[in-house]
Design a protein around this ligand. Structure first.
Ligand SMILES: [Zn+2]
Ligand SMILES: [Zn+2]
Length: 147
């Protein structure tokens, strides 16, 4: 990667930088992503946990427990969602690709939680579509969320 990717929130209070190239990029159609974003789906990509660095407004970042197995970080001033962090993948952090300054730089390669897709949202791509998690999701035995 030539340049470090940077991103931030809608109000400008929070800025971040990625210290390495993101991997495992995909759409998530789960209900939590729909509610968290107010949109039909979110696109997340992963970096090692220490490689997403808040460079401005780290004290404005808030968290909420989004499931029994994870939490999300967001801008406490404007609500823009930044990350999803889950117990079964403590070594990585998933971040919202749409919050990058150049979202075109990171391209999704799959869909997860297709089973809870909103019916009128019909992406015209040929990417793999998984009903829940991908079968090979790191740290998970199967395709069901941890209990
Ligand atoms: Zn903000
Ligand atoms: Zn989701």
């Amino acid at each position: 990667m030539n340049d470090l990717l940077t991103g931030g929130c809608a109000c400008g209070a929070v800025r971040y930088r990625l210290e390495s190239e993101p991997f495992d990029t995909g759409y998530c159609h789960c209900r939590t992503c729909q509610l968290n974003s107010g949109a039909p789906a979110m696109v997340f990509s992963s970096v090692p946990a220490d490689d997403l660095v808040f460079t401005k407004g780290a004290d404005r970042v808030k968290t909420f427990k989004s499931s029994s197995f994870g939490f999300r970080r967001f801008c406490g001033d404007c609500g823009t969602p930044f990350t999803m962090e889950v117990d079964h993948q403590p070594e990585t952090v998933d971040f919202s690709v749409a919050t990058l300054d150049d979202p075109n730089a990171v391209v999704p390669g799959f869909h997860i939680f297709w089973a809870s897709r909103i019916g009128w949202f019909d992406p015209a791509d040929t990417l793999p579509r998984h009903a829940k998690f991908r079968p090979d999701t790191r740290g998970l035995e199967g395709t069901d969320p941890p209990t």
